[in-house]
Design a protein around this ligand. Structure first.
Ligand SMILES: Cc1ncc(C[n+]2csc(CCOP(=O)(O)OP(=O)(O)O)c2C)c(N)n1
Length: 963
């Protein structure tokens, strides 16, 4: 021990709370002006390094509250102080300046060490049950990094109330820090910017460890839960060896974790939990959390269907199916819903949060405590899939908030055969969550008590602060990617280790036996009783009859579509309703300074409603929304810049030109009306479309619309379209009335803004899965939108919406087209039909869809042709061949062409040519094969040169009209 160290030891008490206040005062003075303190303090303060100065700054800025009132553990801020602050300017007589300076330096260094543990202790935490995680080299977690020597380890240092202690030795400080921050739990919370939340964590993490221990009953519950998790998988493996089940084996602590999260959240008001997860452990979750009967699962392993025979649908594999149930958690009843999901990992995330948002709104929830999303992730998928980041990114936005999601990562340290060091760039698979400044708990899955502890904290945090929180449970995958897979092909050493690893339940049982919490007879009984129960359920599997919960809850009154009629729905409205709604939509509230150009738009809209002027696209849409909310339905529109509309056409939100204040006329239609929301979304397609799809699953009484900025951007959400919207109903018996609005039009704007890729949607059309429309009139758009809610079934609607038609002088509808007697039309006749030759004299029928109709119409007028008829198909799918045949039958002697702007390999042609062939046969006309007129096949959508575009367009119109 150096003489200096001895001197320190003698003088450690020189820095007491009173003296700390004195030094804080001195430092505050020094910061104001160095010459305010004497030369020795000047030099002392000047020589401190930056982090030590930080500590002293906190000391200087701290409000001095007595220890018992403390709410914060920050730096010196909670130093117990019996000394009134008026004493601060007087140095306590007992301490020499040199002693005080030395003691101060010790304190700031020790506090720096503690702070570093809070920040970086997780890097040394014992998280990996296999002990294969490469630990970081962390010299900054050693006292020597702060200038301490071995000789300093055992002398008390002033730490101002940290861990409830005024003084502690470095050895004690390090032991406490390691226990809190480097044991089986590693916490990342210091990046949280909100101080209240950070203090909340600190307080909970740094309370005495004894108060965190579990009582006997709690420990038994954990053991029982692990027994169910392990026993279920082992039972299945015995009965169906080698069959894929994507077992939870190696991650059994997941089950007590989820049980704890729901139980804790329920104590704090939770009533409805919505879970999204992938394959791993899904059957276990279904059985042990969702309460799906073991018998049902055993029957499904025998090949039983998951739905009754009389219900149509392709079904899905058992580890993708959803379920719902009601369960009791310590006296609190909770509705549980596990969303079905496709194989595509992580894409279910925004679907679940969208669903939660709808449920929260249905309950009128403002506190976000009653409905909770829980998302389970694999480590490789969480890190790798961009939709994870998109879902996190929208979590705090006003239009998409759900008051926080609890994320649980089943971190089995492998993705199929890929090891973490090839699966992500950062140290943790959860690093992406930091963009949301979400707290992250890393925890060792082989310590179920630690897992339950973080599960409790995560649920408390979410229910208190209403924000996302992440649990990263390190575990392992006992078998291959699935149970028939050989993991030793690629991870021989890891799997040698795993073969020797006792199960989590065995380890925990042993711990409870060792500490005398249970007897071996009790342990044996827990296991044998559960197996006996499984055997009983297994014996009953032959009697199992599946059930379908197609139309429960909010879906009451909705049914499957019946027959194959036109399914028009009653969509017309009375002129009085139009007048009432239009009056609100075109009246600027008093005192509101409207944009002058917008005022002209509103004046024109008033004339459209009264019939003085033809109604344009945007007014028809506003009238559809306005009449729906007046009837009590909701309307939710989301997508990039939807409030104004990408093409400055919608103006659903007005901004006061002096104050920026918003006014939404559609929210002021009537005293009692449905909710209207228009949310300008962030620049994401995938998560936002998925969110809206989820919303539509939970709320059939709200017209839910997602709009692409330009239609082609929808392919940024292709997985949502393919896996959920097109096929969700047929796979999972879940209806959706989501509307996709996809601006589309070949208008010379180059390859990327011309096509909504209609061909993709048409290729996906089958089994009555959705509706695909390319509409040409505002009135038909009005009816198509209202039809979504005015029928007793729901189907997604894809509309390729127009761009130039928004302001095209011909693309207007008289207001009478939306009043009594009118409905949606799947086909539209020629506007000039009456001026044309009689049908039998028509030489050419041009069949088309969308904007090209107006190009053809205009050119035919210009050429004054009488023997060419133009027939529009407004709804491409479901395609009504009989209905169209009726329309075409009179043109007995004509030839038929299909005219489109899109290249031949795109647009509708490949979808419609065979259907038209059949239709022409049904119509009994002379020509039975339509001819294609349009651009030739092309790899890119359109030319980038507007002159070329114009030439191409003129040529195709010419060819279509030239008989
Ligand atoms: C989007 C997507 N890409 C690829 C796959 C194929 N796949 C299935 S499981 C898997 C590994 C997933 O690893 P991880 O997320 O760690 O979960 P684990 O299977 O280890 O539980 C992969 C690549 C998939 N299902 N989804």
């Amino acid at each position: 021990m150096t003489s200096e160290a001895v001197n320190h030891q003698d003088n450690f008490t020189f820095l007491s709370s009173a003296n700390a206040e004195y030094i804080a005062h001195l430092y505050a003075e020094f910061l104001k002006s160095p010459t305010k303190v004497d030369a020795s303090w000047q030099s002392f303060f000047s020589n401190l390094d930056d982090s030590e100065k930080d500590m002293l700054s906190e000391l200087a800025g701290a409000s001095w509250t007595p220890a018992e009132n403390k709410t914060s553990n920050r730096a010196f801020g909670t130093a117990p102080s019996a000394v009134p602050s008026s004493a601060a300017s007087n140095a306590p007589a007992t301490a020499s300046t040199q002693d005080l300076q030395q003691a101060t330096q010790d304190a700031v260094r020790a506090l720096n060490l503690i702070r570093t543990y809070r920040n970086r202790g997780h890097l040394l935490a014992q998280l990996d049950p296999l002990n294969m995680r490469e630990k970081e080299d962390c010299p900054e977690l050693e006292p020597s990094y702060y200038g301490f020597e071995e000789a300093d380890m055992d002398r008390p240092i002033y730490i101002g109330g940290f861990f409830g202690l005024e003084t502690a030795t470095l050895r004690e400080i390090q032991a406490i820090c390691q226990q809190i921050y480097c044991d089986k739990i590693g916490v990342e919370y210091m990046h949280i910017t909100n101080l209240e939340e950070r203090d909340w964590f600190q307080e909970r993490l740094e309370t005495s460890q004894e108060s965190l221990s579990f009582n006997v009953d709690e420990k038994k519950e954990i053991l029982k839960s692990l027994t169910k998790a392990e026993g279920f998988e082992q039972f299945l493996s015995k009965k169906h060896p080698g069959t894929k089940r994507f077992g939870v084996d190696g991650a059994e602590s997941l089950i007590p974790a989820i049980e704890t999260i729901i139980g804790q959240a329920a104590k704090m008001g939770l009533e409805d939990v919505n879970i999204g997860m992938a394959h791993r452990g899904r059957l276990n979750m279904l059985a042990n959390i969702m309460g799906k009967s073991y018998t049902a699962i055993f029957a499904e392993f025998d090949g039983a269907a998951s739905k009754p025979e009389d219900i149509q649908g392709s079904g899905d594999v058992k580890y993708h199916l959803g379920a719902s149930s009601d369960r009791d958690f310590n006296g609190n009843s909770v509705h549980l819903s596990l969303n079905p999901n496709p194989s595509h990992l992580e894409f279910v995330n925004p679907v679940v949060t969208g669903k939660v948002r709808a449920k929260q709104m249905q309950r009128g929830e403002t506190e976000s405590v009653k409905v909770l999303p829980i998302l389970l992730h694999g480590d490789a998928a969480f890190a790798g899939q961009g939709v994870t980041a998109e879902t996190l990114m929208i979590a705090e936005l006003p239009g998409y908030r759900v008051g926080g999601t609890i994320h649980v990562v089943i971190n089995n340290q492998i993705g199929f055969t890929t090891m973490p060091k090839f699966g992500r760039s950062g140290p943790y698979c959860t690093d992406v969550a930091k963009m949301l400044v979400a707290p992250i708990f890393h925890v060792n899955g082989d310590d179920p008590e630690a897992v339950v502890r973080v599960a409790t904290l995560a649920a408390e945090y979410r229910q208190t602060f209403k924000k996302d929180v992440v649990i990263d449970m390190y575990c392992y995958r006992r078998f291959g990617h699935n149970e028939g897979d050989e993991p030793a092909f690629t991870q021989p050493l890891m799997y040698k280790k795993i073969a020797k690893q006792q199960t989590t339940r065995t380890l925990y049982e042993q711990k409870l036996l060792d500490e005398g919490t249970i007897t071996s007879a009790e342990a044996e009984a827990i296991l044998s009783e559960f197996y006996a129960h499984l055997e009983e359920c297994f014996a009953k599997k032959g009697d199992y009859k599946p059930d379908a919960d197609f139309f429960g809850g909010a879906w009451e009154g909705i049914s499957l579509p019946k027959g194959d009629d036109a399914r028009r729905g009653k969509t017309a409205v009375r002129q009085e309703e139009i007048d009432e709604v239009a009056s609100v939509l075109t009246t600027v509230p008093e005192g509101f300074e409207i944009n002058k150009k917008l005022k002209r738009v509103l004046d024109a809209r008033a004339k459209m409603a009264s019939g003085e002027q033809g109604m344009d696209w945007a007014m028809a849409e506003a009238m559809a929304y306005g009449t729906l909310v007046k009837e009590g339905f909701g309307v939710r529109l989301s997508g990039q810049d939807v409030g104004r509309g990408t093409f400055s056409q919608r103006h659903a939100i007005w901004y006061d030109q002096n104050t920026n204040e918003k006014y939404v006329a559609l929210q002021n239609i009537a005293e009692k009306q449905g909710k209207f929301e228009a949310h300008d979304s962030p620049l994401s397609e995938m998560a936002v479309m998925g969110f809206e799809y989820g919303f539509s699953l939970a709320d059939p009484k709200t017209l839910t619309l997602w709009e692409a900025q330009f239609g082609d951007f929808a392919n940024g959400a292709q997985v949502m379209i393919d896996q959920f919207i097109a096929s969700g109903e047929i796979k999972w018996l879940r209806m959706s009335g989501l509307v996709l609005l996809l601006p589309h039009g070949f208008e010379g704007q180059g390859p990327e803004h011309s096509s909504a890729r209609l061909e993709r949607f048409l290729q996906l059309s089958a089994e009555d899965n959705w509706q695909v429309c390319n509409i040409t009139t505002p009135a038909n758009y009005f009816h198509a939108l209202r039809r979504q809610l005015h029928r007793d079934f729901r189907k997604p609607l894809v509309i390729v919406t127009p761009k130039s038609l928004l302001r095209h002088k011909l693309a207007v509808s008289p207001v009478s087209d939306i009043t009594a007697g009118n409905t949606f039309h799947r086909f539209l006749w020629d506007d000039d039909a009456e001026k044309l030759a009689s049908p039998d004299k028509i030489k050419r029928v041009v069949l088309c869809s969308g904007k090209v109709y107006y190009d053809l119409l205009q050119e035919r007028r210009d050429r004054d042709l009488k023997d060419v008829y133009i027939q529009r198909i407004e709804q491409l799918y479901p395609f009504d061949d009989k209905g169209l045949a009726k329309e075409l039958a009179p043109f007995k002697n004509a030839d038929f062409v299909w005219c489109q702007e899109e290249p031949e390999n795109q647009g509708s042609w490949h979808f419609i040519d065979r259907r038209l062939e059949k239709t022409l046969e049904l119509a009994g006309v002379k020509t039975t094969r339509p001819r294609y007129v349009g651009r030739p096949e092309a790899a890119s959508v359109a030319t980038g040169q507007s002159s070329v575009h114009l030439k191409e367009q003129a040529a195709l119109v010419d060819e279509a009209l030239s008989v």
